[in-house]
Design a protein around this ligand. Structure first.
Ligand SMILES: Nc1ncnc2c1ncn2[C@@H]1O[C@H](COP(=O)(O)OP(=O)(O)O)[C@@H](O)[C@H]1O
Ligand SMILES: [Mg+2]
Length: 231
């Protein structure tokens, strides 16, 4: 599997948020690391087809991001996830399942499976408005997985998770990365240090590092801080 970004540029009026990016992403967990404003969300929204690049093309195994079928292979947890406070968790997942075209029976099975996976079975009948940040985030991850996506985009998914949830989350992401393309963005080095097969680092709209953690000849944290030091 191969997700390819070719000559991708995104301009918001005269602000160039992504500058001629070329990157190919394979199966496994890719950590998209960068300070706030680096361009991570912009890249992810373009990969998910909700934002059109100003220039360039995005494709997955020959399927263009604009193709109808591309959406079927995509799961997305947006950075600002947290809608539908009046839904109960299970009903919300069933709703998303319906939107994604699952039939009733498979939707039911899938939702129970995912509630279990993200540890929300016990609160499945509680309203989302009563959830903690971490619980909302786990529900967000569950909804992203409902259509068994091959490409899983998680924008700052660890925001609001407590330490125990982080460990659980890491295991889950590692599992997903075995057979899928998982891209997760963060501005916190330790979030990706132990789970990412590959690190993409962004700064001011450019990819400034692309490689495996083991190829960075120093502590990742140190490397990151050095890159983001004021010039
Ligand atoms: N809708 C928008 N209009 C104008 N500028 C934007 C918009 N969205 C993001 N930007 C700018 O683009 C840059 C990259 O933002 P973003 O992709 O959100 O970065 P990150 O997710 O790494 O924090 C920032 O300078 C941000 O202010
Ligand atoms: Mg962002």
């Amino acid at each position: 599997m191969e997700l390819e970004l070719k000559n991708i540029t995104k301009k918001y009026k005269d602000k160039e948020a992504v500058k001629n990016a070329n990157v190919t992403i394979h199966t496994g967990v890719t950590g998209l690391l960068g300070a706030n404003g680096a361009g991570k969300t912009t890249v992810m929204r373009m990969i998910c087809g909700v934002l059109k690049p100003t220039e360039g093309t995005i494709s997955f195994d020959g399927l263009n991001v604009e193709d109808e079928m591309y959406r079927d292979v995509l799961g997305y947890l947006p950075q600002d996830f947290g809608y539908y406070p009046n839904f109960k968790a299970r009903d919300f997942l069933l709703y998303i399942a319906a939107l994604k075209g699952l039939d009733k029976e498979s939707a039911k099975v899938k939702c129970e499976e995912l509630l279990k996976k993200v540890n929300l079975s016990d609160v499945a009948n509680k309203k989302i408005s009563t959830f903690s940040g971490g619980m909302k985030q786990r529900l967000g991850i569950a909804q992203a997985l409902i259509n068994d996506p091959k490409i899983i985009i998680l924008d700052e998914p660890t925001a609001g998770l407590d330490p125990k949830e982080r460990v659980h989350f890491r295991n889950m992401i590692g599992e997903l990365g075995k057979n899928n393309i998982v891209i997760l963005s963060t501005h916190i080095v330790s979030d990706v240090e132990h789970i990412a097969d590959r690190i993409l680092m962004m700064k001011d709209g450019e990819f400034i590092y692309d490689g495996e953690i083991k190829d960075i000849n120093m502590d990742l944290e140190e490397f990151y801080l050095k890159e983001f030091e004021e010039a």
